[in-house]
Design a protein around this ligand. Structure first.
Ligand SMILES: *[C@@H]1O[C@H](CO)[C@@H](O)[C@H](O)[C@H]1NC(C)=O
Ligand SMILES: *[C@@H]1O[C@H](CO)[C@@H](O)[C@H](O)[C@H]1NC(C)=O
Ligand SMILES: *[C@@H]1O[C@H](CO)[C@@H](O)[C@H](O)[C@H]1NC(C)=O
Ligand SMILES: *[C@@H]1O[C@H](CO)[C@@H](O)[C@H](O)[C@H]1NC(C)=O
Ligand SMILES: *[C@@H]1O[C@H](CO)[C@@H](O)[C@H](O)[C@H]1NC(C)=O
Ligand SMILES: [Zn+2]
Length: 940
């Protein structure tokens, strides 16, 4: 067995104030030697030629790759294949030239099509450090709307390809997020743990930047975890000077208008002196805002270098002529460089960098331009992406448990790779973020759907192998069996809801015992379907639904009585008889009660026609035209009625023809479910609308609230406040919005109300005790950030505007123990059980229960990844899912014995084959640690 430093769990080599030498592997130094010499007594300007290639935005990822006329060049001229062709050609012409490449999704497409001699040539360029990979993930992920599990997967996909293709010299040393619209602390933490030496990005709040420029704090040390012991999550972070563009006047791409360097004095318009003078000025100005005698300039931009000769020819000349002036006393030295060469010089400077412990949200590029709308934009795509992650993890697990045979099902070959790549593409900062054009959003969804299909082929036969039956593709049975696969490493109780046609169903479990179930008739205003609901427990469990058994349905109309939901043990919910709204929540175990009112509102979106600014709300930007949201319901009392049963109790509320909700309490759940349905958002009044739900509680929050970062650690937020600079608040609503990836909470000394979300959303706390979450947005204007479309979603099924449904899960606990509930709950929402169906009754020899684990993992440990790596090995990631300060029980180091908790599949067993180091059978995880293992397994 081999414990390998895969994507995570490499020691970060951080540029620290201690001046410790970069402890990189020897072979990496070979690559580093390719850095051009610098001059200690001069200002060294590191020119970094680069291209920014979006993995889908205005065009789809494939359209961007080919860039032909049919590929919507009328929208944007861009063809990545030509960029790589041209750059390689130009690098070969002059060994001094450098280039960095970022998006492995594109590079991989290009590489596949090259001849072996071209591949050899490119390898040489990489070995010599002339072509350097930075970041190296499949894409440059969004930071506000992604979940860490999917980000780690997409980085692994890209980095693995680079390693296997180029070896150590292909390994990116820096993370490079030049375009994402705000930066998450968890991203920095992940990058530090992946072993990156530094992190560069371009976008930072304009006020933050101004302050940092003045104080020369655009380069800093980001301490990206409050749980991991420094320097595990410490990462040197550099804010680039011009976003990711060249300085003004020095853009020499075919997409730019700046004059070339005309250096023949005999010809017209000789401009060398002018160019040199302007460049020296730009360099010296930039140097004022940075601490060392090294500065970096990004020479490139979106989809540039398609005709790389233009850039390189002028850069060669720029270097020549600016450096020539050193002989007349100039103190500026230009060189072709890369981010890692620049970083090496910063490290040599041996300075102390300012420390940052919060994050870079929200991002504003002007006083009324807060990029906080995309936290919610395209809520349906955001949900589809999240549930696709769940599906991928299940698919990966089943591939491991099923062994090699599983890929060849009776319906054709299945694989997890298609979904894995579709998910990786969906992490891009114009994908799950919702900031792409509509046709591109459709393309992302289509790729995910294709991925699901490839997994289904794998899953159906697999599950039937486990159970010894063949799953049927028909979904209309008088009698049927349901397989429930739990991808978590802990037992869960998870309600299963199925659409059925009958009015009475009996449900039995694997042993033939009846399972609590009920048929719920759905109210007309929500849906016309009926559901059968059963509470199912444990992993890999099989339930049989048989229609002969009869269970009665009781529907209580709540019109007369005051609705109230109460489970035996956990929760009680009250409603206000006058308004029909939620009015209180109690935890029956801990005997806590809070006042809790919930309602739906909409912000009237700015059309960009007011006095202060022309900025409208759009796909990126949230800008309400008033700070007071409007109530959705036009009646004093919301229409509601109640359904009570032993399994589930519901109060169904109708707020308007386009907003409804089911308040749902399962008998054995610690969470209250709010299932909202919003849409089609009306726009017949010609007003864009941004729909929120707001929870107003009696919790005394003193302006504080909490939101998670990429589904992991939680950060404290404070209204109208930023921890590292004096904020001048110019947008009282949008300027207080933060990303919520999996949860947000409010707390005081006694009570903590946690809201777990089923997708990424934006939210805020604008009044004490109040938490609002934006659910859906429908807008009529473009917001001038390039997408050039209004975010106005409709589809064939929803021609009048997209209807979106989702769930919020509410828990009420003492702050000291709240994480013991919300951590596992959030994982359950992220990794949902996979259901499979079989027609008819099961044959007697069917194996009805199966577990991939001999025993559940300790409660603090989450099984993050279990996937087939290659023929003989399996990738395993274990994660401590608690922070160091949030639970008396779980915030402790925990030891897992890999030998004991191993996986078996029917009579076969997956064994850890051999141990290089026997001590690694025991793995100790400290709070928030992720450990990655490559296990060689044998099946017997
Ligand atoms: C990189 O690739 C090499 C050769 O394929 C392999 O031996 C090594 O384990 C890989 N390293 C990582 C970190 O994946
Ligand atoms: C650069 O040097 C040349 C002479 O070598 C001189 O004519 C020119 O003015 C200098 N330009 C700048 C900007 O210093
Ligand atoms: C780095 O600076 C520290 C003082 O800040 C000094 O003690 C140390 O010797 C320096 N290291 C190098 C390599 O210059
Ligand atoms: C639903 O049930 C009705 C009668 O109970 C039957 O006519 C109809 O065909 C059923 N629909 C399906 C899809 O089975
Ligand atoms: C929404 O804002 C517009 C101004 O842009 C205003 O005319 C309209 O009355 C507002 N709608 C409501 C319901 O307040
Ligand atoms: Zn971009």
């Amino acid at each position: 067995m081999l414990v390998c430093n895969m994507a995570l769990r490499l020691r970060p080599v951080t540029v620290l104030s201690t001046g410790s030498p970069l402890s990189v592997a020897k072979c990496v130094f070979v690559c580093f030697q390719s850095c051009h010499a610098t001059k200690p007594d001069m200002l060294n300007v590191h020119l970094v030629p680069h291209t920014h290639d979006d993995v889908g935005w205005l065009k789809t990822v494939d359209q961007y790759y080919y860039g032909g006329d049919l590929d919507r060049n009328n929208i944007q001229h861009a063809g990545v294949q030509y960029i790589l062709d041209s750059v390689v050609d130009q690098l070969l012409k002059n060994p001094d030239r450098r280039f960095i490449y970022v998006e492995t999704a594109f590079f991989y497409r290009w590489w596949k099509q090259q001849s072996s001699s071209m591949q050899q040539t490119v390898k040489q360029l990489v070995d010599e450090g002339r072509l350097e990979f930075v970041n190296g993930g499949w894409c440059m992920s969004d930071e506000a709307t992604t979940h860490y599990s999917a980000v780690i997967d997409q980085m692994t996909l890209g980095l693995r390809f680079l390693n296997e293709t180029f070896g150590v010299c292909g390994r990116p040393r820096v993370a490079w997020h030049i375009d994402p619209f705000g930066h998450a602390r968890e991203h920095a933490s992940m990058f530090a743990q992946m072993g990156f030496d530094g992190f560069f990005f371009g976008r930072v709040d304009y006020q933050d930047r101004a302050r940092r420029m003045k104080d020369k704090e655009q380069e800093l040390l980001w301490r990206a975890s409050s749980s991991l012991t420094p320097p595990m999550a410490d990462l040197f972070t550099g804010i680039l000077p011009n976003g990711y563009n060249p300085p003004d006047g020095f853009c020499w791409d075919q997409l730019c208008d700046d004059a070339p360097i005309r250096d023949d004095p005999d010809l017209e318009d000789y401009n060398v002196d002018d160019v040199v003078t302007r460049f020296l000025k730009a360099a010296n100005t930039q140097a004022l805002a940075y601490k060392t005698n090294h500065i970096i300039m990004t020479m490139g931009s979106d989809f540039q270098y398609e005709n790389a000769n233009l850039w390189y020819k002028n850069l060669d000349k720029l270097i020549l002529y600016v450096n020539a002036n050193q002989s007349s006393g100039s103190k500026v030295n230009l060189l072709y460089s890369t981010p890692s060469c620049y970083l090496q010089e910063l490290h040599r400077a041996n300075l102390t960098w300012p420390l940052k412990e919060d994050d870079f949200f929200p991002y504003a590029d002007a006083a009324h331009d807060f990029w906080t709308g995309y936290f919610t934009s395209r809520p349906a795509l955001k949900r589809y992406e999240r549930i696709s992650n769940s599906n991928l993890q299940t698919c990966n697990q089943l591939e491991v448990l099923g062994g090699p045979a599983s890929r060849k099902g009776p319906f054709g070959a299945g694989d997890s790779q298609t979904l894995s790549k579709a998910m990786a593409v969906a992490q891009h900062h114009d994908a799950v973020s919702g900031t792409e054009k509509q046709h591109v959003a459709n393309d992302y969804a289509k790729r995910l759907a294709e991925g699901w299909q490839h997994c289904q082929v794998l899953q159906n036969p697999l599950i039937s192998t486990f159970y010894g039956i063949l799953a049927s593709a028909l979904f209309c049975f008088p009698q049927f069996s349901v397989g429930v696969y739990n991808p978590l490493a802990h037992p869960v109780t998870w309600p299963v809801r199925l659409p059925v046609n009958g009015t009475a169903y009996g449900v039995t479990d694997a042993t033939g015992k009846p399972v609590d179930s009920q048929v719920c008739v759905l109210p007309r205003f929500i849906s016309i379907r009926r559901f059968v609901t059963a509470a199912l427990a444990k992993r890999g469990d099989m339930k049989r639904f048989v229609s002969e058994g009869v269970s009665s349905v009781q529907i209580h109309s709540g019109r007369q009585e005051e609705p109230r939901l109460r489970s035996e043990r956990y929760l009680q919910v009250t409603f206000d008889p006058d308004t029909g709204l939620l009015s209180g929540l109690s935890n029956l175990e801990t005997k806590q009660t809070i006042k809790l009112t919930q309602n739906f509102y909409w912000y009237n979106s700015s059309r960009g026609n007011n006095a202060e600014s022309k900025q409208p709300s759009g796909a990126y930007i949230f800008r309400p035209n008033s700070s007071t949201p409007l109530v959705v319901s036009k009646t004093a009392k919301v229409q509601s009625f109640q359904v009570k049963h032993s399994v589930v109790q519901e109060v169904r509320q109708r707020f308007s023809p386009w907003v409804s909700q089911v308040v749902r309490l399962y008998a054995d759940s610690k969470a209250l479910e709010l299932e909202w349905t919003v849409g089609p958002v009306p726009i017949n009044d010609w007003q864009g609308k941004e729909v929120i739900t707001r929870l107003d509680t009696s919790i005394k929050t003193s302006q504080l609230f909490y939101t998670d970062s990429n589904g992991r650690e939680v950060l404290q937020r404070r209204k109208d406040f930023r921890p590292t600079w004096e904020l001048k608040q110019t947008e009282p609503i949008a300027g207080n919005y933060y990303p919520i990836n999996s949860r947000a909470f409010l707390k005081d000394d006694e009570d903590q109300l946690t809201v777990v979300t089923d997708r990424s959303q934006g939210g805020s706390s604008l009044q004490n005790g109040s938490l609002e979450i934006m659910l859906h947005r429908r807008l009529l204007f473009d917001d001038y950030r390039g997408v050039d479309e209004a975010l106005n979603e409709a589809s064939e099924i929803f021609p009048d505007g997209l209807v979106v449904r989702g769930r919020l899960f509410l828990t009420l606990d003492h702050p000291a123990s709240a994480a013991d509930t919300h951590r596992p709950l959030a994982q359950q929402v992220v990794l949902q059980p996979l259901l499979t169906f079989t027609d008819g009754d099961l044959s007697p020899e069917t194996q009805l229960e199966f577990s991939g684990l001999q025993a559940a993992l300790p409660s603090a440990v989450h099984l993050l990844t279990l996937s087939q790596w290659d023929k003989d090995s399996v990738l395993l990631r274990l994660e401590h899912q608690f922070q160091s300060d949030e639970s008396q029980v779980n915030s402790r180091p925990v030891t897992v014995n890999l030998q004991l908790h191993w996986f078996c599949f029917s009579e076969e067993k997956l064994m850890l084959k051999e141990f290089e180091d026997p001590s690694v059978t025991e793995v100790t995880l400290r709070p928030m640690e992720i450990r990655t293992f490559l296990l060689r397994v044998s099946r017997r």
